[in-house]
Design a protein around this ligand. Structure first.
Ligand SMILES: Nc1ncnc2c1ncn2[C@@H]1O[C@H](COP(=O)(O)OP(=O)(O)O)[C@@H](O)[C@H]1O
Ligand SMILES: [Mg+2]
Length: 515
């Protein structure tokens, strides 16, 4: 849902209004080299007032580096940064702020033990040392109303949820009077609802004449919220396009550098027998609200059933009950004809169920071992017999997922988080099973890897596996599911065929409308 429901937010029409106007901030021929890596090369970027300008690219494309140069955190090795048409030298973020440019980084730079108001004035040289609480407060109220950024000025930052902390960072930049706000992958830490609220804020800022640079690798949100999109790949600009003159396919292809097929995949043949039968499953912890309340569903051989829902509405519990990790208080689970209710994960696995939880780092990875050996860990066959296959499999996973590693012998410990996730998914999704339960399999992955995971799941479906796909991300669900169920407060509140599910209807059901 992230990004999609924000498409209702009005574009400011900034393109028409300000395309004649000079860019407020511009990069010309910007290059930046880190030891062994060219992070930016010959980058041109022009950001105008009144627009949300997306900087789109896969992990490692050079987005954060470019934004850090524009805000003064890094200095370019080559090229020029211009503000209002004039070349500038930004020696540090303070210089950037003095020119009206501020950045919200992926890792927030707030002082947890200070209050929101204190954080907002912290480091602001325009402020007298003893801060005028009243002034900060009234400024916060005004900014909150104007851009939809409400936060309690007296709350301790350490007590705030991550989405609220992000609002503090944004408010802080607005309080400093920035005209250009750079946000580095701001939705990575947000729920879909929070992301939509953020997009409304960004549109309001653009409508107010500010320039917003939104860094992202998510096509849906870029298309929903941006006016223009500059795509980076391997440190270079691949192209800059108007959001309403492009589409997912074009952007994905630009990002990845080859044809990428993200079109929905559905079952080609009618589904077979029920391989997963969940009946009247409830989970009612004593003295607390029910986590699941009478959930019934079936998954057939060769079918993908998507369960959409906002986190906290019972998806995790449903997956865990089905996978045998939790015993339901009522109801039954049958896997491939065998009753597995409350008999543990081993019984469910024995009946032919594979489970890929969302928390993939907790799923039995040995950091000190190589990628190949990690692929081998869960294989039932003998270690020595299978080593060569594992090396070949590892090569395949590395290549198809574009894992940044030196080869099958590279230790998992040395890989970045996203690359570890790719290795694990590659392992889990290639095991044989009758029923596959998988939670948010493409979350956080690059477009090329998303395509690969979708291919893998589609392949399993065509091989007759019944797939239960749980996700918060409607794009992910709609790309694969033959049937879509919406879970809200532990109940299935909507069922639709995958092909004709209406995004708005699904989104509303996820939010509990009509429940
Ligand atoms: N401070 C740094 N030191 C060394 N290498 C870096 C540093 N920052 C980024 N890089 C490298 O530069 C390249 C671009 O990184 P980055 O700008 O963070 O990409 P993105 O934000 O698009 O994921 C990557 O290969 C990354 O490993
Ligand atoms: Mg980055």
């Amino acid at each position: 849902m992230s990004g999609q429901s924000a498409s209702g937010a009005r574009r400011s029409g900034a393109d028409a209004a300000s395309s004649a106007e000079a860019p407020v901030v511009e990069a010309r021929g910007v290059g930046k080299v880190f030891p062994g890596v060219t992070a930016n090369a010959g980058v041109d970027l022009a950001v105008r007032r009144g627009e949300v300008h997306a900087l789109l690219g896969e992990n490692g494309a050079g987005k954060s580096t470019l934004a850090s140069i524009l805000c003064g955190l890094y200095q370019p090795d080559e090229g020029t940064v211009l503000v209002d048409g004039r070349p500038v030298t930004l020696r540090n973020p303070r210089d950037g702020l003095a020119r009206g440019i501020g950045m919200v980084h992926q890792h927030f730079r707030l002082v947890e033990r200070f209050t929101v108001a204190e954080n907002i004035v912290l480091g602001d040289r325009r402020q007298p040392l003893v801060l005028s609480a009243g002034r900060v407060r009234s400024a916060m109220v005004e900014l909150g109303e104007r851009y939809g950024l409400s936060i309690d000025p007296d709350a301790r930052v350490g007590d705030l949820a991550v989405g609220e902390q992000q609002r503090v960072e944004i408010t802080k930049m607005l309080y400093r009077g920035v005209d250009v706000l750079l946000l580095d992958e701001p939705t990575a830490v947000l729920t879909p609802q929070e992301a939509d609220a953020l997009f409304t804020t960004l549109r309001a800022m653009a409508a107010d004449g500010k320039a917003v640079v939104l860094i992202s690798h998510k096509l849906g949100e870029v298309l929903a919220v941006a006016d223009r999109v500059t795509v980076l790949r391997d440190g270079r600009v691949v192209g800059a396009v108007a959001a309403d003159a492009t589409d997912r396919h074009q952007l994905a292809t630009m990002m990845v550098g080859r044809e990428v097929d993200l079109s929905p995949r559905r079952a080609q043949s009618p589904p077979g027998v029920a391989v997963l039968d969940v009946r009247g499953v409830s989970l009612r912890p004593p003295g607390r609200p029910a986590r699941l309340a009478g959930v019934s569903l079936q998954v057939h051989a060769g079918e993908v059933v998507g369960v959409a829902g906002v986190a906290g509405n019972g998806q995790r519990e449903l997956a865990e009950v089905v996978a045998g990790l939790r015993a339901p208080t009522e109801g039954t689970v049958v896997v491939a004809g065998r009753g597995t209710t409350g008999r543990g994960a081993r019984a469910a696995r024995g009946a032919g169920l594979a489970y890929v939880p969302e928390d993939r780092l907790g799923t039995g990875l040995a950091p000190s071992l190589s990628i190949a050996d990690n692929l081998l860990l869960t294989r039932p066959l003998g270690f020595f017999v299978d080593r060569r296959t594992a090396t070949a499999d590892a090569r395949c996973v590395i290549e198809r997922f574009d894992v940044k590693a030196t080869g099958p012998a590279a230790a998992v410990r040395g890989l970045s988080g996203g690359n570890v996730q790719k290795v694990l998914l590659g392992r889990e999704l290639s095991d044989s099973c009758t029923v596959l339960v998988v939670a948010s399999p493409t979350r956080g992955l690059d477009v090329g890897a998303i395509e690969f995971v979708r291919d893998l799941l589609d392949e399993r479906r065509r091989g007759g596996v019944g797939v239960l796909l749980l996700s918060e991300d409607l794009d992910e669900i709609r790309a694969l599911a033959d049937r879509i169920l919406v879970l809200f407060e532990g109940r299935i509140v909507l069922e639709r065929a995958g092909g004709d599910a209406d995004l708005t209807e699904l989104g509303l059901a996820m939010a509990g409308a009509g429940a």
